[in-house]
Structure formats: C-alpha cells, structure tokens
Design a protein around this ligand. Structure first.
Ligand SMILES: NC(=O)c1ccc[n+]([C@@H]2O[C@H](COP(=O)([O-])OP(=O)(O)OC[C@H]3O[C@@H](n4cnc5c(N)ncnc54)[C@H](O)[C@@H]3O)[C@@H](O)[C@H]2O)c1
Length: 338
C-alpha cells in the first residue's frame, strides 16, 4: 500500500501521521484551519520543498547537534516575529529529528504554544523523533536538557525523501527501527517499507497515547539505549546514536539471557533482526573497556534504583531495576568485539 495513516490518540489533541511516497502534497489539508501564515523551519540539505496555500516564509537552521541550541531557538523565534506569526498560525518543520525537535520547541514557546506540523525527511524522524511531542535542544552540559512536551498538529512522513538520505543516516534509522521488532509480536520483516514505517509509528503512537509524559511504559522506547548511550560517550560520539542502539539491543538480549528472562532462540532472533535484516554491526568497539561502560551505565538517568535496563522477557520488554554488576559484566563478556 502506498499511503498509510495512523492516529496518535490523545483526546482533543489527537493527530494524524501520514506515511507514504509523495505525501508532502497533503500538507495544506493538514494545516490548522485558523492558520493565516506559516513559517517553515528547515536545513540547507533537506531535499524536500513544501508549498503552502497560505503565505509562508522559511528559516534555515544549521546542521549537526552543535546547532541544536538555545541560540538557534532565538534565531527561529525572531523569524516568527519578523513574519508576524501569531498563535493561530502554524510552524512547519521540514527535516530530520533535529529540525523537528527545534521547530517543535520554538512552536511550544512561541506565544506559549503555536501549532506545529512536521514533514519528516529522515528515517529516525519518521519512526521516532517527529511523533510523540518531545521537543527541545542541547546545552553544553548535556543533550536535550531544555525542552517541552508539545504535540504536533499533524505529521507527514514522505518516504520519497529517503532516497537522498546519506547511508549512515539510513543506518541510524535502521537502529531505531529494529527496536520496534522486539516491542510487539508483529512480523515487521514481512512488511514492505511503507507498511513497516507505519507500523513503527503505530507502535510508538500507542505507547505515547498511554504514557504521554514518560511516567512508565514510554521507557520501553529506550530499548538498547542504556549501553547505547554509554558507547556514544565512551567513543566520543564516533559511533552514531542508531549504531550504538543496535549494539545495545544485542547486549540487552545477552543480559536478559544471563538473567534467565529469554532463551537462546530469542537471543538469536535479536541477531537475525539487527545484523541479518538491517545489516548493522552488533560488536563492541575494541577500545571500549567493560569497566568504563559499566560506570557510564551506572550514571544513566534511568538508574534510580541501581543498574536499570529495559529488558526483554516473558511479559515483553519492560524496565528492570537493581541488575547486578556481575550479570552486566557477564553479558558484556558474551559480546563480539571488533
Ligand atoms: N523528539 C524525540 O522523541 C526524538 C527521538 C529520537 C531522536 N530525536 C532527536 O533527533 C535528532 C536525530 O535525528 P536525525 O537522525 O533525523 O538527524 P538529523 O535531523 O540531524 O539529520 C541528519 C542529517 O541528515 C540530513 N537529512 C535529513 N533528511 C534528509 C534527506 N531526506 N536527504 C538528505 N539529507 C537529509 C540533515 O540535514 C542532517 O544533516 C537528534 O537531535 C535526537 O536527539 C528526538
């Protein structure tokens, strides 16, 4: 099927996510009826141009995490001021996760909340960042430390955009996509690309609908992220986020096995999805030392009750606290090294 639609069910803040080739042409039909003007937030290398029936101006932001800052927010909201944008109008984010996080946060702050529509152009954006309403920017002290929950009015995931996405960015998307294979029993491997993206959106939408502000269940979206974050930090961000999450999921499978939560077959299924289906590396980088990784995982923000991980098991993927360092060390020792 070439076009699919998912609804994020949040009462009177529910919104559609439309997935498919060329769906950017539906933009005008999803803009708020009250909007008289729009400001489009995008980046230089985004290949997608959008056209609006209402007057619009465009503000271009820089690329890379070093541009995901409060000064970029100031640049963007001053463009809103110059355009005379008011809270009945609309902000349109056209880009990957960085653009939609920035556009979303600027919209959340502008006149204390102005509608935002996302046109997501990266795989990470489509299956994750553009949906769910987490917005924000980085500080020198850490990633995504300043932000707001601000749900979009609608999201368009135009799969045509993926044709120009650089290989490594695609790989990062696969890392996030792979995680959804373990969150439900669905056979995502049997689906074509549009259906698979739409199914990932549906899984995330269902989780967001039941736990909008990450009180509990939403934490399962961090599957593979505990070791993933530690790997990003210990390699000085040489390993990209999605690549690190891929390795993190294999570690999580070994850890769940060490704890008797899953069997050999389920560990092998993790390998089959992450390495087999998505071609991602599942080995630990050679120069990452186990005790450094352990210390970083102990400092993880989930670790309120000792070492805490999102782990697979008989009840599906769930948060598991107070995991012993011995189990973590044993699971790390089962990992391949490259
Ligand atoms: N809000 C959330 O829930 C959430 C979830 C996951 C990630 N994120 C955030 O998303 C960001 C990562 O998103 P990302 O992986 O999309 O990275 P990104 O937005 O930085 O995009 C990566 C690069 O690809 C380019 N690009 C994007 N789409 C393109 C296309 N179609 N063709 C060619 N180039 C294209 C971008 O300009 C950029 O240079 C991080 O800042 C992360 O914190 C947020």
């Amino acid at each position: 099927m070439s076009r699919q639609q998912v609804t994020v069910q949040l009462g009177d803040r529910s919104y559609p996510v439309i997935v498919g080739a060329g769906v950017r042409v539906e933009l005008n039909s999803v803009l708020p009826a009250t909007a008289r003007r729009a400001v489009i937030v995008t980046q230089q290398s985004i290949p997608i141009q959008v056209a609006t029936d209402i007057p619009s101006t465009t503000v271009v932001i820089g690329e890379g995490e070093q541009n995901k800052t409060l000064s970029t927010i100031e640049h963007v909201v001053r463009a809103f001021a110059a355009a005379g944008l008011n809270r009945n109008d609309v902000v349109i984010g056209v880009g990957g996760g960085l653009v939609t996080d920035v556009a979303g946060y600027a919209a959340a702050s502008w006149h204390r909340g102005t509608p935002v529509v996302h046109v997501s152009t990266s795989l990470v954006g489509m299956v994750d960042a553009a949906i769910g309403g987490k917005t924000g920017v980085n500080l020198p002290e850490g990633k995504n430390l300043v932000g707001a929950f601000w749900q979009p009015h609608a999201v368009l995931c135009d799969t045509d955009a993926l044709a120009t996405l650089p290989e490594r960015e695609l790989r990062c998307g696969y890392g996030e996509m792979a995680k959804y294979h373990f969150l439900t029993g669905d056979d995502l491997l049997a689906m074509d690309r549009t259906s698979r993206i739409a199914r990932c959106v549906q899984i995330k939408a269902d989780i967001v609908a039941s736990d909008e502000r990450e009180g509990g269940l939403r934490a399962v979206l961090n599957y593979g992220h505990t070791l993933g974050h530690a790997l990003e930090i210990s390699t000085g961000f040489e390993i990209a986020h999605g690549e690190a999450v891929a390795v993190g999921m294999i570690f999580a499978a070994h850890l769940a096995h060490v704890l008797g939560r899953i069997d050999d077959e389920r560990v092998a299924y993790h390998q089959q999805v992450v390495a087999g289906a998505y071609g991602l590396s599942t080995a630990l980088p050679r120069d990452c030392r186990a005790d450094d990784l352990l210390a970083l995982m102990q400092a993880d923000k989930k670790a309120l009750h000792g070492l805490t991980f999102v782990l697979d098991g008989a009840n599906g993927v769930e948060l598991v606290a107070d995991v012993s360092t011995a189990a973590v060390t044993q699971a790390l020792s089962r990992m391949e090294v490259r």
